[in-house]
Design a protein around this ligand. Structure first.
Ligand SMILES: C[S@@+](CC[C@H](N)C(=O)[O-])C[C@H]1O[C@@H](n2cnc3c(N)ncnc32)[C@H](O)[C@@H]1O
Length: 376
């Protein structure tokens, strides 16, 4: 499918679409048999109502969903935004875009889907002729259809080849890392990206096992990890291979680098009073989000009590979630995969302002739109 817009008019550069969501990128080659798998693979959007509440898209003109996945959040945001809004949906996984295309078909020319890594969202928006965006969502990590399809190699329960690429055109897979990295390199990845206490033991066990023959499947790897962890430690903290699989997935997809780049590019393009929300699923992601928010809040470094700010930090944003928003017990009962989700949101100030050195922070001011996290 070709491009169907041209820059211009008073619209922020975006002129119309085709009939149905416009899908850009090499979708034609998307996997055969997708429809059959779809019957059993679906994704429940996490914290959907809270995302709509904090992004408050009513009146927004351009919504950017950086991780459109199966389109669940996108549909909810479009419903809440009103008929003037258009949604740009990005995903690096062509199968996800295909699902999003079907889910968002009823919104017709209001939806523009683009296959790209959100680390390059600036380029993507430029390609669409979009200057500013009013609302942005990042719903990080992998979706249920990705985890539940053994062929993608993300899960430790079903048997599949160790792949874990969100973008099938990338060349490095989990197989390459597991069979190619040195023992110290493996241990470092498990420590840095999995916060795995038994990183050294697991790395040693992997190297010993692959000396016999390459480790090919997810279940082989899960078994090696399980055996490497002392028996008493296997009994708590979820599946023993969970952290190893998380670490490898993050490394294969270079997720943390992409997040830092994507956040910076999205905030730079956020319109005055525009809002950006992120759902993170582990502390490494959440830490990057918190650091960025603190930076954008202007986080004054002056000692308290100075009559005027001397550090010159400028606040560009106001954090809307004093504490991260967590799923309700009802959501957790219906969707246990939401258990580690944390939602944070920030609003771009209409005009940047200098912090006054009093130690007061925007997030402490009255008017934070969502209160403390639940369930803690
Ligand atoms: C948790 S799912 C999103 C689900 C979606 N919000 C929904 O309602 O269906 C995350 C999606 O983001 C995509 N993704 C993760 N990292 C990405 C990146 N750096 N660039 C583009 N897409 C990414 C994944 O392929 C996956 O489809």
């Amino acid at each position: 499918m070709g491009l169907a817009f041209s820059p211009g008019d008073d619209w922020p550069g975006l002129v119309g679409g085709a009939v149905g969501p416009l899908v850009l990128g090499p979708l034609a080659e998307a996997g055969a048999g997708l429809w059959a798998r779809e019957l059993v693979l679906s994704h429940v959007p996490v914290l959907r109502d809270e995302v709509v509440r904090v992004l408050a898209p009513s009146g927004a003109r351009v919504i950017l969903d950086c991780t459109v996945g199966s389109g669940g959040h996108a549909a909810a945001l479009l419903d809440a935004a009103g008929p003037e809004a258009v949604l740009v949906g990005l995903d690096r996984d062509p199968e996800a875009l295909e699902r999003a295309g079907r889910q968002l078909a009823p919104y017709g020319h209001r939806v523009f889907l683009l296959r790209t890594n959100f680390a390059r969202l600036g380029e993507a928006l430029a390609r669409l002729g979009v200057g500013r965006v009013d609302r942005v969502l990042f719903d990080l990590g992998v979706s249920s259809p990705q985890i539940d399809d053994p062929g993608r190699g993300f899960g430790y329960r079903g048997e599949g080849v160790l792949d874990m690429r969100m973008d099938p055109d990338e060349t490095t897979t989990a197989y390459h890392l597991v069979n190619g990295l040195t023992e110290p390199e493996l241990a470092q990845i498990l420590r840095d990206y999995g916060e795995e206490r038994w990183a050294g033991r697991i790395a040693r066990a992997i190297v010993r096992a692959r000396e016999r023959e390459p480790i090919v499947t997810t279940t082989e790897l899960a078994e090696i990890v399980k055996e490497a962890i002392p028996a008493p430690a296997r009994r708590h903290g979820g599946h023993p291979a969970r952290r190893t699989f998380q670490a490898l997935r993050i490394a294969v997809n270079r997720e943390l680098e992409a997040l830092a780049q994507g956040l910076d590019q999205a905030f730079a393009r956020l319109a005055p009073s525009g809002r950006l929300a992120v759902i993170a699923f582990h502390s490494l992601e959440d830490r990057i989000v918190k650091e960025r928010f603190r930076l954008w809040e202007g986080a004054c470094t002056c000692p308290p009590g100075l009559p005027a700010c001397a550090c010159g930090r400028v606040a560009e944003g106001r954090v809307l979630t004093r504490k991260p928003v967590r799923p309700s017990p009802a959501e957790l009962a219906a969707n246990p995969r939401a258990r580690s989700a944390k939602l944070r949101a920030i609003e771009r100030l209409a005009a940047p302002r200098c912090e006054d050195g009093s130690g007061a922070r925007a997030a402490d001011e009255p008017g934070a739109v969502l209160g403390p996290e639940r369930g803690e």
